[in-house]
Write a protein that binds this ligand. Structure first.
Ligand code: NAD
Length: 297
């Protein structure tokens, strides 16, 4: 299949590479010439967005930083929707707020283009390995048509309901992740401050009722899990600023429906303070450093 792919950053580039590996023909665009050049070397063709829209691409995928970028690419007289051939499906994999996703999907529907919001989890490692989870919003028919393409980039492809619901699932999950990481950080720091060995404490939690992904797979205490970012100075992994972005999406989406997200808001403020302290580039599990003191930290 000929696929247009716009947004070749940390996530988009490896996703596009997996589509090439699966045998698809790709036309790509990014504001960064270097990003485009690297995909062209791998076998893709370079085309501006208008060229992709006017081409015989049978599907267009975007992977952009945030809602303003998504709206800039899709909407307006020069946008993808205005220029796309009617009937060509559009899939936005960026993480944005559900309201903006629904606005763009509605504009696409009016123009005669099926649209899916399909944000991902699994990080850059999952993007490279082709093991991402896709949380997809849109009609069942459009979802089933897109599934084989998404399977070339991911392992779990989940239909979450109508347009925008992929983003709803993503913000709910990541809000819980932010909260659970803070909870595990608080508990681990307390146990160590009271004199317990971090590995022994993690062992107890991970066989008891406090167990969760943040404690057993991604423990924030250095040395507990050899392969976790905590054991390599909080490098790599999922950046604090990306978590802050997702918590901002969750609290803003909650505000729009007057739904209290009390712990989500506290988590957002904790990550904001941590980022303001100059730590936005560290993995989000470094939030434990807000709790550790003196020689212990
Ligand atoms: P990134 O900043 O590395 O890449 C974004 C790319 O979009 C850049 O190459 C940029 O040049 C390009 N871009 C921006 N505006 C553009 C435009 N108008 N036209 C064409 N290209 C444009 O970001 P990323 O890490 O790849 O993340 C992409 C999305 O995936 C974000 O919404 C992010 O929240 C989400 N996400 C990221 C991760 C992660 O671990 N990095 C995990 C899950 C979800």
């Amino acid at each position: 299949m000929h696929i247009g792919f716009i947004g070749l950053g940390n996530m988009g580039a490896p996703m596009a590479r997996n589509l090439l590996k699966a045998g698809h023909r790709l036309s790509v665009f990014d504001l960064s010439e270097a990003a485009v050049g690297s995909l062209v070397e791998a076998g893709a063709a370079a085309l501006p967005p208008a060229g992709i829209a006017a081409s015989d691409a049978e599907l267009i995928i975007t992977m952009l930083p945030a809602a303003p970028h998504v709206k800039a690419v899709y909407l307006g007289d020069e946008g993808l929707i205005a220029r796309a051939r009617p009937g060509v499906p559009l899939i936005d994999c960026s993480t944005i707020d559900p309201h903006s996703a629904r606005e763009v999907a509605e504009a696409a529907r009016r123009h005669g283009n099926p649209m899916l919001d399909a944000p991902v989890s699994g990080g850059t490692g999952g993007a490279a390995a082709g093991t991402l989870t896709f949380m997809v919003g849109g009609s069942t028919e459009d979802f089933e048509r897109a599934r084989p393409i998404l399977e070339a980039m991911g392992k779990n492809i989940i239909h979450c309901g109508a347009a925008g619901n992929g983003q709803v699932a993503k913000v709910a999950n990541n809000m819980l992740l932010g909260i659970s990481m803070i909870g595990v950080s608080e508990a681990m720091a307390l146990g160590v401050a009271l004199g317990m060995d971090a590995k022994v404490l993690a062992g107890v939690i991970n066989t008891s009722s406090g167990r969760c992904w943040s404690s057993d797979t991604y423990n924030p205490f250095p040395g507990v899990l050899e392969n976790a970012p905590a054991s390599r100075g909080y490098s790599g992994g999922f950046g604090t600023d990306l978590m802050l972005k997702d918590l901002g999406l969750a609290t803003e989406a909650a505000r729009q429906v007057r739904q209290p997200v009390i712990l989500g808001a506290v988590a957002q403020q904790l990550y904001q303070a941590f980022s303001a302290g100059g730590h936005g580039g560290l993995d989000f599990s470094a939030i434990i450093n807000q709790y550790r003191k003196g020689d212990d930290a």
